[in-house]
Design a protein around this ligand. Sequence first.
Ligand SMILES: [Zn+2]
Length: 539
Amino acid sequence: MLLLTNGVFATMDPARPLARAAVVDGAYFAYVGEEAEARDFLRAFAGEQVEEVDLGGKFVLPGFNDSHLHFIHYVKARLSVDLFGCTSLTEVQDRLRKGLEGFDPTSGRWLMGEGWNHELFTDGRRFPNRHDLDAVSREVPILILRGCFHVGAVNTKGLELLKLTKESAGQYGDFLELDGDGEPTGVLKENLLDDVKGALPSIGLADLLEQVKRAQYDFFAEGLTSLQTDDFKYAPDEDPYALMDGLRALSERGELKLRLAEQALLTEPETLDEFFRRGMAQYGGGTGFRISTVKILADGSLGGRTAYMQEPYADDPTTRGIPIYEQKELDALVETAHRHGMPAAIHAIGDGGAEMALTAFQRAEERCPWFQPRHGLVHCQVMTAEQLRRMKALGVTAFVQPVFINGDMHIAPARLGEARLNGSYAWGTMERLGIPVAYGTDAPVEQIRPLDGIYCAVTRRDFEGNGPFLPGEAVSVEQALYAYTVGGAYASGEEAVKGRIRPGMLADFTVLDRNLFTIPPETIREARVLATYVGGVQV
Ligand SMILES: [Zn+2]
């Protein structure tokens, strides 16, 4: 057994919000309260070995739970050129050239880069094109992805290998950008980009799982113990089921200690049917690895103006974005999940996408009321007041990424216009309405740090302190911590076993160097994680 003393436990348990000591038995909390009582409690177990840890007055929270990210993509991204934070096209090129050092041009591999954002470029706010990338290499195929992962660019060598030409361009429509002569510029979007990513030679499953074992420690270092992760389209050899088996086996062998709940992205009726035929609704039901939802995409991204809006973009009246499905197609996918008792988490950034998703949820619940799976909206950034009320009425979970404020506060007002900001990034309103809210990052779109998101949710400012952005939508520190712990557990259907520091719950917790309730909110990002425990074991 483990006796933890001298801590400031913010338990997230309304029955005992603050505690000083806890006892862990195996993987679970057995007692939570004061030190003297904890020692009394242990008398009943006299003779058993008890390890004692003095927490030195530090701040203890339930382990953070990131409610939506792309873990396998993150693991792979660690292997490609990091383009996050590039402030010019020149810097993109320089970092890629560095990535080319030691790269074997005969390997058949592509040079990959991820994370650029043209809004940050000081030498021209435009998408990089094939000419920019040809300046890096004409021999090695290159693909670089925007930080939103909905837009990418390839060089001329890449276009050749993909057989994307003036002649073949017609079949790709808006997803393949063309120059004045009808030649591809190298810019690819959405479905075409997904197909290209899927077709590239990728790391094999065995090597990937080795990388998974290493990458989990990045998350422990940030206080994360649980992830809800959307990995199907990042599976090696386009075989998500082999990946599921691999992750589950790693977890069962104790080599993967990070708890994963898969959000299985299924975009076609056929693949969704196959998923249920394989019995995946009941797959991996333990506390280490499970499938918690199916994931469906309703639209694209705000940065790329592919998020689907009810009205045209304020800064480009020619477009309302791109819905991925017609309403009846989305209805059918949601109903299939619903009839298996499986929640559907739908990616919806624009109010047009959100409207379609809410309608699909409502229809499924009206037609099939014998199940009440906890459907959710992932991102739900641009919403109307009426849509927020519908979310509450339908019991729809909000999977939100507060750290998006850091970048979006600089583009959202122009994209959306003043009037539409009302209801957008409305996390305070969600709390007031009682919508279940779970926080996350969408990593590797953003960094994995929970403290960044908590800072943004509470202060409504970017990392430089600019703002506040829509300050009426700020939440309290307590609400933010709750959404990153209990809210996350609820979102994956596991609130009975984790998310709070309470007897009978998994002993997943993290120790911080300062009390987030008493420091100035502007300094939340400066807090440091000192230790993280999963199932009572330090990781
Ligand atoms: Zn995502």
